[in-house]
Write a protein that binds this ligand. Structure first.
Ligand SMILES: Nc1ncnc2c1ncn2[C@@H]1O[C@H](COP(=O)(O)OP(=O)(O)OP(=O)(O)O)[C@@H](O)[C@H]1O
Ligand SMILES: [Mg+2]
Length: 390
């Protein structure tokens, strides 16, 4: 439905041109909820504005439903109003002098839809976003969440080929954001509009998206389903940005068919094979909620000492559902997230087990891990961007 090829966007600045998007390619399938996720300034909005035709890229090609709307090679650039898109932005951008009904009806009036059909469609969409009873209210007499729903309803009623959403929930308070997130997911699946969503909020991205493109510095680092990016990331940046991760630089000692033995400063670990990474593996990752206390797991210790860590509980952060323990080991602090049914005490000596199936091998593009460097020798093959921590 949307195809972005080798997109490059440079901004003219006083000095040299600033490259906001380097060489970005992705394709979004019909009906898909696709998210651009990344830290502030990584080029998410620039990408979205290029798709909308609000920004003129320097190079590349953009197609919507098979129709080229931008082609850097030929100079073709279809204006925004002629691209079949609808947009929702962070600021509510509704018309204050109109009622809720008229706000939502606006795109249909532009299309000169007859009165009865217009009324039916607007009513249907207002019901859908839970504003059925608010049709005649002035749009300004609404809460932030309701105003954002008006903006969403107006975008949905347009029945565009692609819906572009740039941090639409970021102005709402935490509770409302959570509620709107659920509604948005339900609505998008119900309406089935191909959607591109921009956010820097990993929870939002994980819970809403069919697929996520993780961006950094104007480039897509990794692209995949939320579950895969979380459980089997390929890059340390993804591991850190999508969830909490414990990372240690490592060196492969022995590569088998179904497990890899690696050496880290914390000891030897068996990890699952990550075929995508192969020999480039230079970091070991485990998620805090996958680390287990060995005394609570009879199968944890096989006597080899592999995948085991010893330490002391140095800090306890209670968050209700979960408890996060910071365990001080000889080489750094390891976070462990556990359910709150068995509680540990501060200073308690503990043994930790990192189950091999949850030990993931990654490749690094940006420096060392949180857990010390490996002993003696090069963890990472020397390559561009492979900074080592001292
Ligand atoms: N009009 C402009 N002129 C010059 N530089 C710009 C312009 N717009 C954006 N930039 C720069 O391009 C980069 C990407 O900006 P963009 O707005 O796409 O980031 P973003 O990922 O949407 O960030 P955020 O999460 O903060 O919204 C930033 O470094 C920004 O400063
Ligand atoms: Mg932005």
């Amino acid at each position: 439905m949307l195809d972005v090829r080798n997109l490059r966007v440079e901004y003219r600045t006083a000095g040299a041109p600033y490259v906001a998007v380097h060489d970005e390619s992705f394709a979004v399938r019909a009906g898909e909820f696709f998210t651009l996720l990344g830290p502030s300034g990584c080029g998410k909005t620039t990408t979205l504005r290029s798709v909308a035709g609000l920004e003129t890229p320097t190079a590349g090609r953009i197609e919507i439903d098979g129709v080229p709307v931008f082609d850097g090679a030929t100079g073709r650039a279809v204006p925004t109003h002629a691209r079949e898109i609808a947009m929702v932005f962070q600021s509510y951008a509704i018309w204050p002098h109109m009622t809720v009904f008229e706000n939502v009806a606006f795109p249909l009036r532009v299309k000169r839809l007859p009165g009865a059909a217009l009324r039916r469609q607007v009513d249907e969409v207002l019901q859908m976003v839970g504003l059925g009873d608010f049709a005649e209210r002035p749009a300004t007499m609404l809460s932030g969440g309701q105003q954002q729903r008006v903006a969403l309803a107006r975008a949905i009623v347009k029945d565009a080929k692609v819906l572009l959403l740039d941090e639409p929930l970021s102005n709402l308070d935490a509770k409302l954001r959570e509620q709107m997130r659920r509604e948005l997911r339900r609505l998008q699946k119900h309406v089935g509009t191909t959607s591109i969503y921009v956010t820097h909020d990993q929870d939002e991205a994980l819970s809403l998206s069919d697929r996520i493109a993780v961006m950094r510095g104007g480039r897509i680092v990794e692209l995949g389903r939320p579950l895969d990016l979380y459980l089997r990331p390929r890059h340390t940046f993804t591991a850190r940005f999508v969830g909490q991760a414990e990372l240690a630089p490592c060196k492969v000692v022995q590569a088998g068919a179904d497990a890899v033995l690696v050496e880290t400063k914390l000891g030897r670990f068996r990890a699952r094979v990550n075929a995508d990474i192969g020999a480039r593996a230079n970091h070991l990752m485990v998620r805090p909620e996958h680390v287990v206390f060995a005394d609570a797991d009879a199968d944890a210790d096989d006597g080899t000492g592999e995948n085991m860590l010893e330490g002391q509980i140095a800090n306890i952060l209670f968050s209700g559902k979960l408890v996060e323990y910071e365990v001080q080991t000889g080489q750094g602090v390891v976070s462990v997230c556990a359910a709150s049914n068995v509680l540990r005490t501060l200073g308690e000596a503990v043994r930790l087990h990192l189950p091999p199936e949850h030990c993931v091998l990654l490749t690094d593009g940006e420096g060392g891990g949180s857990l010390g460097d490996i002993p003696g020798g090069d963890a990472a093959p020397a390559g561009p961007g492979n900074r080592r921590t001292a």
